[in-house]
Design a protein around this ligand. Structure first.
Ligand code: 6R9
Length: 654
């Protein structure tokens, strides 16, 4: 490890690597023993007969024979401790209204909500679709479902009625929980209207939702349409339940399904990713402990929507199992001003901020002044997730937000993996950081990088990330589609005849000489320029070294000579204007930072990149525009205007 690789934490942290390696080796050599001990940190009604049942790969089952309920570990366990009176959620609405909910109040509310669901006829294993904005009743509804053994499936509130219908139909849901509306960028969104439309579309496809439970977003008083005999106001039903009702937690088998969360695949219909009761519980508890090193006075803010896995794990289940105080925010992070995020951190004395590269790029684009206006001295860890973080963006986060003092916890994981898999682990030993690398796999995670042939890649050789051993938080499968589960995740590198099963996340990665893992983006996004394999992320990183660039998306377009050439679409930082000169400068930056081969054929300037609603750049759409291919499924697209803009820029260029 050398100086120029930029090790903000210096040589004295190198023994940490040894320590981490020892714990990892021990965990992987004795996988079942390791997890057997770890799982005992949680409360079970009955312990398991077998830690890992691997008799039917790749359908691995964890803690088989064990019986528990995750809400006991998230709530009940605190009721005779100091945590009982501690704040579970500081909630802030976009207009600035607030609610403070203690662990005791949360436990009470969950019991009440659970009783209402029971009264509506919800039974264990029933699927309850939750289509709600970021209000406290969202985690309450999830926990209430889990308490009575129902399977929740949260659908992001920004999704269209059609996307909602597809998920209701696939899950065959009987009950939908929604809300009247919410605030977004100063506007009131009538969510119930979308919910109605979704229910109608689902019915047309043969799945009839029997009951719709509607929560009032506090203070909104939206006038909504209620269908007699189908729709119920939550507050009216809750009034009929005694305030101090206690609903016994339903005993759940460890390998029962806790929740389904839909994630878009590369093609076709969304995948219903299933997580288990016991395995998910144990894994997210420990993964959280290792990555965030939770302390009693922490205030954690995971600035994500609970409609995504990041919100499930890091706003709901893991922090509650650690008795942590959380911030939950309803609205846009830059509304009404670009410093809303920094204001919230200052106000609640947030100690851990967990956000995404896309958000960090946005704040960087607005400029340092907005950050510097606020006292961020409460912060002690800065996290990132969702996409590879460009080294220049990492450095900005580190210097400007962290004052050059706070570790950046870059966490690689997926909906499928339940919680962070590769990440610096201050809860074990903080290894020296390298900007842009998520560092090492956590204990119990047998991650490696394979080449095309399925052999371990050499240091520095680009390949595919693989996970060679099962882990408790792995998905159980895809709801209703076991074959797709095998095809998507296990076909690429497994050798079933030899009993070798390798999980394939579909991400490019490279390991350096020190064994650090660098994620290079989705394996469906790679360029082959004159026989050179280039990751889109690498070129984007190079573009981002130019001070005028806020964001960049790179795709490969066909070229008669080189096979493929990079095309860049760029958003500029405040204060810069598009020009031919700037385009040349940006190309020069790529030449200098990466290689002449990687220089984009053109740089198109736009105001906005096409992104998913969870902030991932949809390079596929840029490519479709440039090649004239059909756009395909755009249900996850955040703003259609972004595609129109690229079309226009592309037409002008042609
Ligand atoms: C948690 C979440 C999963 C995909 C994953 C990868 C990308 C997530 C990353 C990262 C590089 C990181 N990804 N974290 N790439 N560095 N720290 O985002 O889940 O929405 O299922 O997306 O996100 O490509 O395969 P999900």
């Amino acid at each position: 490890m050398t100086e120029e690789q930029g090790l903000p934490f210096g040589e004295k942290y190198i023994p940490a690597i040894k320590q981490l390696m020892e714990i990892r080796r021990e965990s992987l050599d004795n996988l079942e023993k390791f997890w057997d001990e770890k799982a005992r940190a949680l409360i079970w009604f009955k312990y398991w007969d077998k830690v890992l049942d691997d008799s039917n790969p790749p359908f691995y089952r964890w803690f088989v024979g064990g019986v528990t309920n995750i809400t006991v570990n998230a709530l009940d366990r605190w009721m005779n401790t100091e945590v009982k009176s501690k704040v579970a959620y500081y909630w802030e609405g976009e207009p600035g209204d607030t609610r403070v909910i203690s662990y005791y109040e949360l436990w009470r509310e969950v019991n009440r909500f659970a009783q209402v669901l029971k009264n509506l006829g919800v039974k264990p294993d029933d699927r309850v679709v939750i289509y709600m904005p970021m209000i406290p009743e969202l985690p309450i509804a999830m926990l209430a479902a889990a308490r009575i053994g129902a399977i929740h499936s949260v659908v992001f509130s920004g999704f269209s009625p059609k996307a909602l219908a597809d998920r209701i139909v696939d899950a065959k849901a009987k009950v939908l929980i929604t809300a009247d509306g919410y605030y977004r960028r100063g506007k009131v969104i009538n969510l119930k209207k979308n919910a109605d439309e979704g229910v109608k579309l689902a019915e047309e496809q043969g799945v009839k939702v029997e009951k719709v439970l509607v929560v009032k977003r506090s203070g909104l008083n939206l006038d909504v349409n209620m269908v007699e005999g189908r729709d119920y106001w939550y507050d009216e039903l809750a009034k009929e339940v005694p305030h101090n009702v206690y609903v016994p937690p339903e005993p759940r088998k460890s390998d029962d399904v806790l929740f389904i969360l839909y994630s878009s695949g590369t093609t076709g219909k969304p995948k219903g990713i299933m997580h288990s009761v016991g395995g998910y519980m144990v894994w997210v508890y420990w993964s959280f402990k290792w990555t965030w090193d939770p302390r009693p006075d922490d205030v954690m803010w995971t600035a994500a929507d609970i409609g995504w896995i990041t919100g499930h794990t890091y706003i709901v289940y893991a922090p509650l199992m650690h008795g942590m105080t959380n911030v939950m925010y309803e609205g846009a992070p830059d509304y009404p001003q670009p410093d809303r995020v920094w204001e919230i951190i200052e106000k609640y004395r947030v100690t851990i901020l967990y956000t995404s590269p896309t958000a960090i790029r946005l704040f960087r684009k607005y400029g340092d002044e907005w950050v510097k206006k606020h006292d961020l001295s409460s912060l002690r860890l800065l996290g990132t997730v969702g996409e590879p973080i460009n080294p220049d963006v990492w450095k900005w986060y580190y210097e400007v937000v962290g004052g050059g003092k706070l570790p950046i916890v870059d966490t690689w994981w997926q909906t499928e993996t339940g919680a962070a898999m590769i990440a610096p682990a201050p809860g074990i030993a903080l290894v020296p950081l390298k900007p842009g690398s998520a560092t090492y796999p956590l204990p119990g995670v047998d991650a490696d990088v394979f080449n095309d042939k399925g052999e371990p890649a050499k240091p520095g050789e680009k390949g595919y990330l693989v996970i060679k051993k099962p882990w408790p938080g792995m998905l159980m499968g895809l709801w209703g589609d076991p074959q797709r589960y095998i095809r998507t995740y296990w076909q690429r590198f497994s050798q079933p005849d030899k009993g070798i099963w390798i999980y394939y996340p579909a991400d490019y990665a490279v390991k350096d000489e020190d064994g650090y893992i660098w994620m290079l983006g989705r394996a469906d996004e790679v360029l082959n320029v004159a026989g050179h394999r280039l990751g889109t992320t690498e070129i984007e990183d190079a573009i981002l070294t130019h001070p005028a660039v806020a964001e960049a998306a790179v795709v490969g377009i066909p070229d008669p000579i080189k096979g493929e050439v990079p095309l860049a679409v760029v958003v500029l930082r405040e204060g810069y204007k598009p020009s031919k000169e700037l385009e040349e400068e940006i190309k020069q930056s790529v030449r200098k930072a990466l290689s002449p081969i990687a220089v984009p054929s053109r740089v198109l300037f736009v105001n906005k990149l096409p992104k998913t609603r969870s902030g991932k750049i949809m390079r596929r759409l840029v490519k479709a525009v440039a090649t004239g291919a059909p756009l395909g499924d755009v249900s996850t697209l955040e703003d259609e205007a972004s595609v129109e803009e690229i079309k226009k820029a592309w037409e002008e260029f042609k």
